[in-house]
Design a protein around this ligand. Structure first.
Ligand code: GRF
Length: 220
């Protein structure tokens, strides 16, 4: 089977990128990361990429007059690489409709909440303020509405009585690493596909997200 081509977009810590690199190293994901693009210079994620000999690009959004111009600059780097999947891994910029439509069906994101709960920022803080007993993360394909594309996998993470937003974020992040690699693996193997705003799983429309429990995927 041909290796899938991936491009990963980051803005910072890059722990999801690191988990994807490790999953490729273990041949859990059959793919090659063709490039990592960061909209910020000197972030840890760029070091992870460089130490795995992956080409890195820093494209700073602050250097562009508009969102569209920044997105266009990224597209000029991404398109010659012909990626099968463009992965948003802690990429903290809202993308233009043009960019999203250009990578239609092959753009994926991870979000630290049980979507549709807590779209946008500060999800851990909101879960604590609302006294939620369960929080979690979602992998979803990207459509033109923020954090609203169809969900592939969700993982539930318990909120503990003594959690603050840092401890909770760390527990969620560890779970993110597992579900993101699992979703990317399935995309690369064509076990899941995304078309016409619907996910197909093993050739059938996925009506509810898959659940990650005890390191296993469960169909609801
Ligand atoms: C993750 O929680 C991700 O879901 C969110 O930002 C965080 C970044 O993590 N969008 P990292 O950069 O992959 O470590």
């Amino acid at each position: 089977m041909k290796k899938a081509s991936l491009v990963v977009l980051i803005s910072g810590g890059g722990s999801n990128l690191q988990a994807i690199i490790q999953a490729i190293g273990k041949q859990y994901i059959h793919a090659e990361i063709k490039a990592v693009i960061s909209n910020k210079a000197s972030v840890r994620g760029l070091d992870y990429a460089a130490s795995a000999n992956i080409t890195t690009h820093v494209i700073e959004h602050t250097q562009y007059p508009s969102r569209e111009a920044f997105d266009q600059a990224m597209m000029q780097v991404i398109d010659p690489l012909k990626p099968d999947l463009v992965i948003l891994a802690g990429f903290m910029r809202i993308l233009s409709t043009h960019f999203i439509e250009h990578y239609e069906n092959r753009l994926i994101n991870i979000h630290p909440s049980l979507l549709p709960k807590y779209k946008g920022l500060n999800t851990h803080q909101q879960a604590l303020e609302n006294n939620d007993v369960q929080h979690g993360a979602s992998v979803h394909y990207v459509n033109t509405e923020l954090d609203s594309g169809p969900i592939v996998i969700q993982v539930v993470v318990p909120v503990l009585a003594d959690d603050d937003k840092e401890t909770l974020a760390l527990r969620v992040l560890k779970a993110e690493h597992k579900i993101y690699s699992a979703a990317i693996k399935m995309h690369c193997e064509n076990k899941i596909t995304f078309e016409k705003n619907k996910i197909q799983y093993d050739g059938k429309v996925l009506s509810k997200p898959l659940l990650w429990e005890n390191n296993t995927l469960i169909q609801q």
